[in-house]
Design a protein around this ligand. Structure first.
Ligand SMILES: Nc1ncnc2c1ncn2[C@@H]1O[C@H](COP(=O)(O)OP(=O)(O)O)[C@@H](O)[C@H]1O
Ligand SMILES: [Mg+2]
Length: 307
């Protein structure tokens, strides 16, 4: 993975003056920046694209996006596309779909595939936890990604990608517009890869649409997908007592559920068997069915996969 080199960040051509002043380097400001940079840690990605369960069309779309990113330099400089495609610099990907369908998994696998580190920035958290500080934290996230050569993953990015507000009534609305403007500026000057994850694809701000290389749908898995997900999430060493018909039962029972629910069901079923029989246990179909029912109930109540 990339080592940190603090001086690789290129200066912006024209420094944005969004808070009414240009921030000088050094002193208290430098300390403030160091503190913000520390909010974002760089991980070595471990998930593999080969393990991601998606429909064939989605897999082909991801492969095509990876090619565009890998050969960006060739396309836009060597082949001269940069002269005719004004938005050619974009390398942001938006993954959208219901909770638990593998968006975080895919972001990590993309980083792995591209040989990049991974920075997870939970956008909803940046926005709510750091009121009024959002813009500065967004800039810090991009700077850290630049320094560490990391893929920058903005999870729960629904609010940032939505329409900017045109009738500003409250100061919070103003803050939202400022952080969106900062996000757009940073996306434009960032040469690395950004991935957004959203639950909803509707109502995108056109300014973001232009900067996004591709929108990738992460749907709920069909029966074939769930069959693969069950196989992937039950390791060969796990002591399960299931025949071929039982495995099919698991596939049909989880219709409407996501990969995240299947993972949770496996953990819950195995835990129930352990609780009953200890480490020499057998995990039965009944354990799995009970866990699946619990996952369905949790989803009905809070609309998210069971924790
Ligand atoms: N499409 C998928 N392919 C493989 N595993 C998946 C998939 N969807 C979900 N999972 C499993 O569920 C877990 C949680 O999924 P996650 O990526 O966090 O979903 P999301 O970010 O869309 O809410 C993953 O770590 C993985 O084990
Ligand atoms: Mg996620």
């Amino acid at each position: 993975m990339a080592t940190e080199s603090p001086n690789t960040a290129p200066e912006a051509p024209a420094r944005p003056v969004l808070e009414g002043r240009v921030v000088p380097p050094g002193g208290a400001e430098a300390q403030d920046l160091a503190r913000r940079l520390a909010l974002f840690t760089v991980e070595a990605p471990r998930r593999r694209l080969a393990d991601l369960v998606v429909p064939d069309g989605t897999r082909r779309q991801i492969a095509a996006l990876l090619t565009k990113i890998r050969y960006h330099h060739v396309l836009y400089e060597d082949f001269g596309l940069g002269e005719i495609d004004p938005y050619g610099g974009r390398t942001a990907i938006n993954l959208y779909g219901p909770p638990g369908t593998g968006k975080s998994f895919a972001a990590e696998a993309l980083a792995h595939e591209l040989g990049l580190g991974l920075i997870r920035a939970n956008y909803a958290e940046i926005e709510s936890k750091f009121v009024g500080e959002t813009a500065k934290n967004i800039r810090a996230a991009f700077q850290k990604a630049r320094e560490a050569q990391a893929l920058l993953f903005f999870d729960e990015a629904d609010s940032i990608l939505g329409r900017r507000l045109s009738h500003i009534t409250q100061s919070t609305d103003h803050a939202v517009n400022v952080s969106r403007s900062v996000m757009l500026l940073e996306l434009d000057r960032f040469a690395g890869v950004t991935v957004f994850a959203t639950n909803l694809a509707a109502n995108y701000d056109t300014a973001f649409i232009r900067r996004i290389l591709g929108h990738v749908e992460m749907p709920l898995p069909d029966a074939a997908g769930r069959r693969q997900l069950w196989r992937y999430h039950v390791p060969a060493r796990m002591p399960v007592q299931l025949d071929a018909a039982d495995w099919e039962r698991l596939v049909t029972e989880t219709d409407g559920l996501a990969g995240g629910d299947i993972l949770n069901s496996v953990v819950a079923a195995a835990s129930a068997a352990l609780e009953r029989e200890g480490p020499a246990c057998r995990i039965t179909l009944a354990d799995f069915l009970a866990a699946i029912q619990a996952a369905k109930r949790a989803k009905a109540v809070i609309g998210r996969p069971a924790a």
